[in-house]
Ligand binder design. Structure first.
Ligand code: GDP
Ligand code: IMO
Ligand code: MG
Length: 425
């Protein structure tokens, strides 16, 4: 038995979906443990592109079981749409998806508040995905949320929803001068969702722990990235969950001792969507070139992603937090046409040099990267399938990153397709 956790080591969109898909053959169960439909995980198989927001990326493999854990902020409308879309494409959705009865539900008031709170922030916007994630987790912590199990006790659900929506309406109307929401409409809508989800809802804590006892192999699929983690990311420009491996135990209900390996996924450069500090950001023509070549537009919102050089200081921070064992380097091919490639190995702020990542926003936005420059390989790597075939400078780039971060790069991804992967020997 070997349970593995996949985490993004940057600001999300590292290619986790593709890597989960590539690794799924070796696992019985694939589990999402945090985040919600703010995630957009892309898998490309034979030129067909699938973007998964809530369903684990292993779903495309017949015979695998997928779980949405209690730590996920569950938007039933988006989940049901995703299920319908997969069915339409010919995927069987019978007995292969399990939804935690303890997951918190995203309601219309969460989405409404997400947008209004962002507007209120003016220039200090986080740049959220607008999927209601922050307000849903806020309610969870404030003990004001509604969990999946409650949907199946209609009278109890009705009472709680009515109270909560009436409370939110005071905020919507009095603070934001927005129209009130109808709890009756939401109630009726969510009862329909509940009925549709019913065959999939269960006690996933029991399901997973039984699977652990039965020596099944489990793959935990992190969403977002470590630098967006609510505790260890670039607060307050973060998401509202633990996007590091730390989120697995509380987001699924298993002992941390059951996570046997942590695999980090990182791009050969860096991207970020939304606001917040980004020391290695490249502005101007080169940034735009990488954005276009890498297709760096949000899988959930379509927003252009900010692009920059690989930041080893930030990645080392992420590696430490999750205790990453080895890493996978993605989007390597996007750098194929670069003459010179920069890697950030430290920051300078005034007289101070940082080799550790300062999450303190008094420092990070003012940090100037210290770069090591490496010669590019100037060859198309997209058809290469073995590390031996890689050009010398490409091997050198991989070895340099390995030596800076102190971990082995297990795989290099050279294109979006499932088959475009090099297992590094
Ligand atoms: P995730 O959120 O971490 O799953 O990543 P996204 O799906 O949001 O973004 C990654 C994007 O890069 C998607 O469009 C993928 O199809 C694409 N992608 C993944 N790996 C590679 C790669 O090695 N090379 C290229 N060119 N694209 C890749
Ligand atoms: P995947 O799983 C990249 C970012 C948003 C915003 C911040 C807060 O596809 O890697 P939220 O809606 O969560 O309250 O937004 O977090 N963000 C992501 N960026 N990839 C993601 O997910 C993201 N999920 C949230 O852009 O800056
Ligand atoms: Mg994504």
């Amino acid at each position: 038995m070997s349970n593995v956790c996949i985490v993004g080591l940057q600001w999300g969109d590292e290619g986790k979906g593709k890597i989960v898909d590539v690794l799924t053959d070796d696992f019985d169960i694939i589990v999402r443990y945090q985040g919600g439909s703010n995630a957009g995980h892309t898998v490309v198989v034979n030129d067909k592109k699938f973007i998964l927001h809530l369903i684990p990326s292993g779903i495309l493999h017949p015979g695998k079981q997928c779980v949405i854990g209690n730590g996920v902020a569950l938007d039933p409308a988006i989940l049901l749409q995703e299920i319908e879309e997969l069915k339409r494409l010919g995927f069987s959705m019978d007995n292969n998806l399990y939804i935690s009865d303890g997951a918190h539900i995203v309601f219309p008031h969460h989405k409404q508040l997400d947008l209004l709170l962002e507007n209120e922030k003016g220039n200090n916007k986080i740049g959220t995905t607008g999927r209601g994630i922050g307000p849903c987790y806020t309610d969870k912590m404030a003990r004001n949320g509604i969990r999946v199990a409650e949907l199946y006790h209609p009278e109890y659900f009705k009472g709680r929803l009515k109270n909560i929506v009436e409370e939110k309406n005071k905020i919507l109307v009095n603070i934001f001068q927005a129209p009130p929401l109808s709890w009756e409409q939401t109630y009726n809508e969510y009862l329909i969702y509940a009925e549709k989800m019913k065959p999939m809802v269960c006690d996933t804590v029991e399901f997973i722990n039984e699977a652990v006892k039965g020596s099944k192999n489990i793959l935990f699929e992190g969403a977002q990235g470590s630098l967006l983690d609510v505790d260890f990311g670039t607060y307050p420009f973060i998401t509202s969950s633990n996007a590091t491996a730390c989120g697995v135990s509380s987001g699924v209900g298993i002992s941390p001792k059951q996570i046997h390996r942590v695999l980090g996924v990182m791009k050969a450069y860096t991207t970020r969507v939304g606001s917040g500090p980004f020391p290695t950001e490249i502005n101007g023509e080169l940034g735009e070139h990488i954005r276009q070549k890498g297709g760096e537009f949000g899988a959930t919102t379509g927003r252009p992603r900010r692009c920059g050089w690989f930041d080893a200081v930030a990645v080392k921070h992420s590696i430490t937090i999750s205790g990453v064992d080895s890493v996978i380097l993605t989007k390597f091919d996007v750098l194929d046409d670069q003459k010179t490639i920069k890697v950030c190995v430290g920051y300078k702020f005034g007289q101070k040099t940082y080799t550790r990542f300062p999450t303190d926003l008094a420092a990070l936005p003012h940090c100037e990267p210290i770069y090591e420059e490496l010669p590019g390989w100037l060859k198309d790597t997209t058809k290469m399938r073995s590390s031996k075939a890689l050009p010398v400078n490409a091997k050198n780039y991989i070895r340099t990153i390995e030596s800076i971060i102190g971990l082995k790069i297990e795989m290099v991804s050279v294109g979006p397709e499932r088959s475009q992967i090099i297992r590094v020997s």
